[in-house]
Structures are given as C-alpha cells and as structure tokens.
Design a protein around this ligand. Structure first.
Ligand code: KG4
Ligand code: ZN
Length: 330
C-alpha cells in the first residue's frame, strides 16, 4: 500500500495506490488562483502554500482511500526536477512520515512519474515504448525499455511546450495557468488564419525549440496592435496552438520512424491539450502504432503517477533515505 506525495510545482498532491496497482485516491489541491495575480508561479509562495496544505491533503487522500496510516507499507515522493523549495516540503514530509514508522521510502523522478501515468490505464502500456512528455518545465521524447528507467532521445533546447502555452496565453490576456485556457479559447478560432514557425521541423534531430515561436507571437501582436489582437484572439490562439502541437507531433513521428517502436505514449500537462490528443491519435493511425493517453487528471501533475512509478523502483529501507535531497534540475 503506497502513499505518494508530489509537490514539484504549484499543485499539492497525495495519492494512495494498493499493491495490485489500483488507485484508491488521488487528491490534487491546485494553487492556481493564488498565483494568477502574478501571472505565473511564485516559488516562495508555492512553498509556503504546500506547507500550509500538505497535512490536510494527506489526511484527505487517506480518508478517501479508506486506508489508515498504519496500513501504508511504502512512502514515495517526487525528488525533482521542479521548484526546489516546493519539492523540499513534499520530500521532507514524506521522509518524516516514513522515518516515524520505519517504513521504506522511494524517491521518484518527476518525468518518470509522467511516463508512469500510462501504467495506471485499464490497459496499461508495456515496455518497450516511446513516450512524449510535455509539461510546463520540460519537453522530451523518451525510450522506455523497462518500467524503472527512461532514455532521453530528444528534448527542448530552450522553452518547454507548456511554457510556450503559458506565455502565449499571457500575451493573449488569458489567466494563469494559460494552457487549458488557450485550449478552450482556440476551439472557436481558425488554426489556419495565422502563420507561425514550426522550429526544427527540417532536421532529423529529436530535439525541440519553442523560443522562436513565442517571439513570433510577440512580434505579430506588436504589429497588429492591442485592438486587433483582441478581435482576433481566438484565431491567434488556434494558430499558435497548432504550431506548438505540430512540432510535438512531427518529432514523435520522427522518433517512431527512427526507432521502430510500435507503441507510443504521452504524458505531462500539455498532453491534456485537446488538439494534441486528436493529432497524436491521427499520427498513431497513420503510422500503425498503438497510442496510450492517460486521462487528463493523470496528465497534469498528480501523486498517482508518482505512486505508479514507485511500484517499479527499488525501495530504500529505513534509515538509509534520511539524507535524500531534492533537486531542481538533473
Ligand atoms: O505536468 P504539468 O501539470 O506540470 C509540470 O510538470 O510543469 O504541466 C503543466 C503545463 C502548464 O504549462 C499548463 O499550461 C499545461 O501543462 N497545460 C496545457 C493544458 N493543460 C495544462 N497545455 C495545453 N493545453 C491544455 N489543455
Ligand atoms: Zn509535471
């Protein structure tokens, strides 16, 4: 019986997963409203809010799972990458709980967690497979040969796809976090109205780049002026979103073609995007590969995916984990 904690950014999350891999509870307390007025996550505010919420979120997840703390046999927490202060709240809480009960502990890489969301599906993905992980801080394509590890085949050289969504949304006057808002606004827009560059599309590299796209939106908005931007907001959102997704899809296609994997999975907050989900479906059909897509609540940050990853990692017995630390980046 695993209790997992995830606090790498601005969601305070705890989940309980049983020995058969069945998810008993998955509590996510979003701080989005708190950060909205600043237009993005303020790390110090996030840390303090995690500290404020963490015990309540753990109590809630145990109670929803109808499991007593005494029944928990393994504690897991995200160790990184993420906001260091935020991570420290989660990992310190998890280590304290584990140490007080002399339970084993597992520290989980956040990106492996996003991949492991695909092990929670009714029909879970079995390695080997490729996984596109696109979140607010990272964009990468991983080869997964074994449930406990992944190899990065390509990654963003500058901004992450989620960052491109969030910054674009902010330029269009949408509230934070912008990705989901932009997704909603784009539904009524014309994705072919504006041309945005799709970086790196000509090369065989599996790396991504999003800073040029963001800059091109800045220039377009400047040339159009605020009144016209407001009038064309939905078309701008749809065209910009299409350019973000085009790169994710084309690199996934290249990765499948270069590696010959027959299964493709997705993960991370951007995998909640409606256009990306549809286009990845089309891609899988075109290439004749099987596609695995977690439900939206398992794409954005959650502790269920951390518990899922922990099932396949080596448990560290008490007290060997007491000096485990969080890390902001690898
Ligand atoms: O994985 P995640 O929840 O947190 C990180 O690990 O960063 O990803 C958050 C990112 C944010 O940039 C957010 O705007 C984006 O995922 N996101 C979306 C959607 N839902 C969340 N981006 C596009 N469309 C969405 N529906
Ligand atoms: Zn994440």
């Amino acid at each position: 019986m695993i209790l997992a904690i995830e606090t790498s950014c601005d969601d305070t999350c705890a989940a309980v997963l049983d020995g058969e891999g069945e998810l008993l509870s998955n509590i996510i307390s979003s701080q989005a409203e708190l950060h909205d007025r600043y237009g993005g996550v303020v790390p110090e505010v996030a840390s303090r809010q995690h500290l404020h919420l963490i015990n309540t979120v753990i109590d809630e997840t145990l109670s929803e799972a109808d499991v007593a703390l005494d029944e928990i046999t393994l504690i897991a927490a995200t160790e990184g990458p993420g906001l260091i202060g935020a991570l420290l709240i989660g990992i310190s809480t998890a280590k304290s709980l584990a140490a007080a009960r002399k339970l084993p502990f597992v520290a989980v890489d956040h990106m492996l967690g996003h991949i492991a969301a695909n092990f929670l599906l009714d029909d879970p993905v079995e390695p080997p497979f490729l996984c596109l992980v696109a979140s607010g801080g990272h964009t990468l394509i991983a080869a997964v040969e074994d449930r406990s590890r992944y190899e990065v085949l390509g990654q963003s050289l500058d901004d992450a796809a989620g960052e491109a969504f969030d910054k674009g949304a902010r330029m269009l006057g949408l509230p934070y976090p912008g990705g989901a808002e932009l997704d909603r606004l784009a539904i009524t827009g014309d994705p072919e109205r504006f041309d945005f560059p799709v970086s790196m599309s000509g090369s065989d590299s599996l790396d991504f780049s999003y800073s040029g796209l963001k800059t091109s939106l800045v220039y377009k908005a400047r040339d159009m002026g605020p009144e016209e931007v407001r009038r064309c907001r939905a078309d701008l959102a749809a065209s910009y979103q299409d350019a973000i997704c085009a790169q994710l899809v084309s690199k996934s296609k290249k990765a499948i073609e270069q590696t010959g994997y027959s299964k493709l999975a997705v993960g991370g907050g951007v995998a909640a995007n409606s256009v990306l989900r549809r286009q990845m479906n089309d891609l899988a059909e075109e290439l004749g590969v099987r596609l695995f897509v977690p439900p939206i609540e398992l794409c954005t940050d959650n502790a269920a995916m951390i518990a899922s990853a922990a099932r396949y990692l080596e448990e560290v017995p008490y007290p060997e984990y007491l000096d485990f630390d969080a890390f902001a980046r690898k």
